[in-house]
Design a binder for this molecule. Sequence first.
Ligand code: MRU
Length: 368
Amino acid sequence: MNVNNKHYRTIWINEKSPKTVRIIDQRGLPNKFIVETINSVEQMAVAISDMHLRGAGLIGVAGAFGMYLAVLEASRGNSFDKRLKAFADRLQRTRPTAINLTWAIQRQLNAIRNVHSMADKINTSLETAHLIANEDIASCLEIGKHGFSLLKKIASRKKKGPLNILTHCNAGWLAFVDYGTATAPIYLAHEKGLNLHVWVDETRPRNQGSKLTAWELQQHGVPHTVIADNTGGHLMQQGLVDVVIVGSDRVTADGHVTNKIGTYLKALAAHDNGVPFYAAFPSSTFDWKTKNMRDIPIEERDPREVKMIEGWRNNKQVEVALTPKNSPAANYGFDTTPNRLVTGLLTERGLCNANRKSIARLFPQHGA
Ligand code: MRU
């Protein structure tokens, strides 16, 4: 997408030094647009776990580029296989919930294993990282087209006013390589002239909604309003939300949707008010193995993220305390919305119901 009229992806190979990777460091947004150069596997691991970059799709692609750096580093010493495995484990441990990370690392390990010379391993890992990044973009574009048809249908039932869409966290282009998932239909619909407006949940504790989604929508001229996280239910009761679209970090083969903490509460409110609730994600987000949704690993982050809040004063990033110094805090990163509350799943292959049979029809190779 464009930032100040220049096209950016969220991650790319550094043209001037192709053994390094560049990323948009999202911690500065919306105030500062910062590009960070990643020189090592360790630096990539820190960028993922400290959320210089984040969002399920992008975490996966960062894992893939991290594996390219891992091959480069492992090739410089002895015990290539052992060191590569240690690097893969290091990347894997950075964030537990978004399954795209496991998927991308595993895909890299398989590709690297299948070629034998060191030069081939380096080339293959770079090609695979590019392939995963390009597939991510292609999936988001397809999700955009399928989602646009859906939005048009919902809008056609409205007599007047804009189509009001509510989204949670950031499932925008910053969470992928480009376009995003929940936002791809929104960008396309806006481009095609559909009258729409987006309610943006601020998304405590890290405020990906108010910092990132609002910034993205504003850059693209999409009408939007930031709301405190607890506002959605009230808006739905007032008839001010026509559809909810969120992203996802992991979806089971039964259609249970794990996403940023607070998503479940939005789904409950949507269900109670007859508002359709969709999750949009690429198929790399499916967890085909986990049967019981309670077995999905839910990331618990530093309680400090709940106790403090970050903002900007006079162009300087500042952090202030929100709670009594000694009050304990808990910081669960994700929750799981059971399939009964999900109206539909939007993937690159189209729309399906949130149940095993309907998912298996779209993805027969993983069929029940
Ligand atoms: O903790 P984050 O910012 O990586 O979590 C992001 C979300 O939960 C998004 O809504 C999600 O990744 C789905 S879309 C990539």
